[in-house]
Design a protein around this ligand. Structure first.
Ligand code: SF4
Length: 283
């Protein structure tokens, strides 16, 4: 099985979600505007970092965002009551416009791979058992002024992350495992630090300086590999239980499958033929 940090995280949230999404291939009919917005911001930041790293110029980072947003909005999106295509366009352009100053202030630079390309949107995979591998797409590998290698994930978020989460995030642990396992081909000893750079979605967006912590200790990485193996065991043994948790921390209100899971309603979902009989059997 090919795992990804997001697949494993979904499994930790609710294995029923994993069943709907990965096993049956069910998807929402309409993409969420938040998801599309995040992708447009991410692509804009990557274009900017590529340009500054290679010494090419982009005339206006705001225009780059508008171009990516236009691409995202070429399909119909689901907006919340307070969102619209135009409001998100304005917010994204403002966010993009503020990014370069904060990036310069961070003192970081994009790491250059041995083939001369900037380490942006790097795809890496590692074998975690004879039959299973973990694959991840890293936003960027950076380097600071004293040559430390830093794995940095760019997040477009409604709230800034706190330091505790930066220390705990399994996504960063997974990325460290991936980078370390390719250290030789990347021409480095190891990843020295990991962190997030949060782009805070507000009417007047705020770009936070990168929040960076030291690399995870070996036992944390081992624990993560174990978590991946438990996911594989549960998946292969068909343990797809619901996890509504408590009222104060339930994942259900954020779940794409909440109406299917709670009422059997399928109208907002695109369901492959092969999934229909599995759903009928489970009903
Ligand atoms: S609605 Fe809740 S229990 Fe059902 S799949 Fe989604 S997260 Fe899991």
């Amino acid at each position: 099985m090919i795992l990804s940090p997001s697949r494993v995280q979904k499994g930790q949230t609710c294995m029923k979600q994993v069943w709907y999404h990965y096993k049956l291939g069910i998807r929402p009919k309409v993409t969420s505007a938040n998801l599309a917005f995040g992708k447009a911001v991410d692509d804009t930041v990557m274009d900017y970092l590529k340009a500054v790293t290679l010494g090419t110029r982009i005339s206006s980072i705001e225009d780059v965002f508008v171009r990516h947003w236009k691409k995202q909005t070429s399909v119909s999106l689901e907006y919340s009551a307070t969102q619209s295509e135009n409001k998100l366009k304005e917010m994204g352009a403002a966010m993009a416009g503020k990014f370069p100053v904060k990036w310069e202030e961070s003192g970081l630079m994009v790491f250059i791979m041995p083939d001369g390309s900037p380490a942006l949107q790097v795809e890496l995979a590692v074998q975690i058992s004879p039959k299973d591998s973990l694959k991840g797409y890293l936003d960027l590998i950076a380097m600071d002024q004293i040559g430390r290698i830093i794995i940095l994930d760019i997040k477009t978020t409604g709230v800034a992350y706190d330091d505790l989460f930066v220390r705990q995030s399994d996504q960063l642990t997974a990325y460290q495992l991936l980078v370390d396992s390719h250290a030789e081909t990347l021409g480095i000893e190891q990843a020295d630090q990991v962190g997030f750079m949060c782009l805070h979605k507000k009417k007047d967006p705020v770009i936070h300086l990168p929040q960076i912590v030291d690399r995870r200790p070996t036992n944390r990485v081992r624990e993560y590999i174990q978590t991946c193996q438990w996911f594989v065991n549960d998946y292969n043994n068909g343990r797809f239980n619901r996890s509504p948790l408590g009222a104060f921390n339930s994942p259900c209100s954020m779940c794409n499958f909440s109406r299917l899971c709670s009422e059997g309603c399928t109208e907002d979902l695109s369901i492959p033929d092969r999934a229909m009989s599995a759903l009928q059997l489970a009903a």
